[in-house]
Ligand binder design. Structure first.
Ligand code: PLP
Length: 386
């Protein structure tokens, strides 16, 4: 084990050396069933033949990277597909979730300055939110331990309660550029925003000429059983951010925008060297086609419902489970023990889980996981909860 890596993570002790399907293997040959997907990234599992072929095809062209100063086909094709599949008219590609949200904040402010002048710059996020760890996004992230050591944070970004009454008091046409929300808060404990709340928030922002940004970095791209999570709420946002599963494990993010916001953004307003490069975008085209497959989305809805039923039964028979929440292949389990202890016990039994706060476990299996593997994971989960 090296001492050379900066200590930003408490890594699990085993060294992962290969993976296949929904299992990872360590240097001793021990198998781990994956209920985390590399934190909601590996939707198609591991060593997927289609993803591997897409990487090889793209590499064979010799064009791994060109910069955004030149046109390449894969990014253009993917942008067309995303526009055709969503509310959006334009797409901006980047390399991560936080970078997508930073871009969305800038695009929102660019639009707001045009329509309302410099006073209209405020960005509002919600209690429990996680939007990333960069300077703008950490200011919109509601976790004191991620924020406190880095003050002063970026200005003009405020966190408010998930309450229409409060938001109605603080959102103003004159000062607010945008509100950002995760339809299902991930890191904040897998909190599914209530459909009524989301619809009222959409109506409130529209009425006050404020943009609504949906952060679907964790909950989008099929994870909750529809391609975009917003489809289940009967509303559309003005901007939407995504990242994690987009390119089969390669780094990629994107911002989707409506025409009126896109029109405000001019050449030079924003940029990124790697974003939407030909190799990642070629792989992302393949992943898009696979995750748009109605059969896969039906699998996530059906097996996700079964998963929810099993978790409910578990919560009924275990005094150590306080509550469960979720949808599709994204579930949170509140436990009485510290989540990190349960995660460690699960790992020793060959199950990979992640936490979401001090007492919440997060279940994010690859979207291709079959019932027998889900059932094996649930057995190991129950044993780890104790
Ligand atoms: C909802 C949400 N937004 C933003 C991010 C930040 O993404 P990244 O880690 O790729 O910067 C995450 C990451 O967990 C996330 O879950």
């Amino acid at each position: 084990m090296t001492d050379s890596l900066l200590g930003t993570y408490r890594r699990a002790p085993m060294e992962l050396v290969r993976a296949e399907g929904v299992r990872l293997y360590d240097a001793d040959g021990k198998a781990y069933l994956d209920f985390a997907s590399g934190i909601a990234v590996n939707a198609l599992g591991y060593n997927d033949a289609g993803v591997n072929a897409a990487i090889a095809e793209a590499a064979a062209t010799g064009l791994i990277h060109t910069s955004n100063l030149f046109r390449t086909a894969p990014g253009e094709q993917l942008a067309d597909k995303l526009v055709a599949a969503s509310f959006a008219d334009k797409v901006f590609f980047c390399n991560s979730g936080a970078e997508a949200n930073e871009g969305a904040f800038k695009f929102a402010r660019r639009w707001a300055r045009n329509v309302g002048g410099p006073a209209k710059h405020e960005i509002i996020s919600l209690r429990g939110a996680f939007h990333g760890r960069l300077f703008g996004t950490v200011a919109a992230t509601d976790r004191p331990q991620y924020r406190n050591h880095f003050r002063p944070l970026a200005g003009g970004i405020h966190i408010h309660e998930r309450s229409i009454d409060e938001l109605s008091r603080v959102i103003s046409d004159e000062q607010t550029a945008a509100v950002i929300a995760e339809p299902i808060q991930g890191e904040g404990g897998v909190r599914v925003l209530d459909a009524g709340f989301v619809r009222e928030l959409r109506a409130l922002t529209a009425e006050r000429n404020v943009l609504l940004i949906l952060d679907e970095i964790q909950c989008g791209y099929g994870r909750t059983g529809s391609f975009f999570a917003y489809e289940q709420y009967g509303i559309t946002p003005d901007l939407l951010t995504m990242a994690k599963p987009m390119a089969g494990g390669l780094p990629m993010g994107a911002v989707l925008l409506t025409q009126r916001v896109a029109e405000a953004v001019q050449p030079g307003d924003h940029g990124t060297t790697f974003g939407g490069g030909p190799l990642v975008a070629h792989v992302a085209n393949h992943v898009f086609d696979r995750l748009r497959d109605p059969a896969l989305l039906a699998h996530v809805r059906r097996e996700g419902e079964w998963l929810g039923d099993q978790l409910l039964a578990l919560s009924a028979r275990s005094a150590k489970v306080r509550a469960i929440r979720g949808r599709g292949f994204m579930w949170g389990v509140d436990v009485t023990d510290p989540a990190k202890d349960v995660v460690a016990r699960a790992l020793s039994q060959g199950l990979i889980l992640v936490g979401a706060g001090d007492h919440t476990l997060r279940l994010l299996p690859p979207l291709v996981m079959e019932r027998r593997d889900l059932a094996q994971g649930l057995n190991a989960l129950e044993a780890a909860i104790g």
